[in-house]
Design a protein. Structure first.
Length: 267
């Protein structure tokens, strides 16, 4: 118990996140779709899981905040959130915490990714996120698609952070970019354990069991994979960070309500 208590104390929200949560939310448009009652905010189920919602920020492969992310929140179906809570309890006992990068993703955000992929002149984030991939191949190679399992509400992107840990520093637009597969000390200073690549790295090195990933990096991937699979999650083999809870409450429905507390207010 003392180790778990100490771990919980180490999970204080970063100042930037607190400021974001305190600032006024963009107004919810009249007639905006709302989340079904089966959706919850992850922080209401487990406030100890860290959240670094990348698409709310410009630090993602598009280089700008993504349409539909009104707040840096993780929204999930309740069964997925409860299962993630069980994973977190196990990891805390070992001195780790989960950190989510993305959870429910509205269809409008997916549409933004599709439009971005078709704009071949926009290469601002290529050096970090897709150094070896020609942008003309993003659809063919499966990095971008017109539908995403995230929009069904039971899929999330996440990693593991060793406790105690400092928050990840803010990304500064225009700063020098480093390839996502560079050594951990060289790439963007994420506070997670070393997984061999950064998040959203469009490269075959991101394949969970890529044989070139060895040693501690492989052990870290297997720690995440094993902990998640033990609670009913299925990993996407091409992305070490991507997991879906099974069975999904909405296996065939792609939602488009915004990522916002206001989307849950009808519950």
């Amino acid at each position: 118990m003392p180790r778990i208590t100490a771990a919980l104390r180490a999970l204080a929200l970063p100042v930037a996140a607190l400021m974001a949560l305190a600032s006024p939310a963009p107004a919810q448009a009249e007639g905006e779709p709302e989340a079904p009652k089966e959706f919850v905010a992850l922080s209401d189920v487990d406030p100890t899981i860290r959240q670094e919602i990348r698409y709310f920020t410009p630090h993602n492969f598009t280089g700008r905040p993504v349409e539909g992310y009104r707040r840096p929140l993780c929204l999930l179906t309740r069964p997925a959130a409860k299962a993630l809570h069980r994973v977190q309890r196990q990891l805390l006992r070992r001195g780790y915490t989960l950190k989510v990068y993305d959870c429910y993703r509205p269809q409008r955000a997916v549409n933004t990714f599709v439009d971005w992929a078709k704009d071949l002149d926009d290469q601002r984030m290529k050096r970090e996120f897709y150094p070896h991939v020609d942008k003309t191949r993003l659809f063919e190679d499966g990095y971008i698609a017109e539908k995403s399992g995230h929009s069904r509400g039971s899929t999330m992107d996440l990693t593991i952070v060793k406790l105690p840990a400092l928050p990840t520093r803010p990304y500064i637009p225009g700063e020098k970019l480093v390839p996502c597969y560079a050594p951990q000390k060289e790439r963007f200073p994420d506070n997670s354990v070393d997984m061999g690549t950064g998040y959203d790295c469009f490269d075959t090195l991101s394949h969970t069991l890529d044989p070139r990933i060895k040693g501690k990096q492989r052990a870290n991937r297997l720690l995440l994979k094993g902990a998640m699979e033990a609670q009913g999650f299925v990993n996407l083999a091409e992305e070490w960070w991507h997991f879906t809870y099974k069975p999904e409450p909405f296996p065939d429905t792609y939602f488009d309500f915004p990522v916002s507390r206001r989307s849950l207010t009808g519950h």
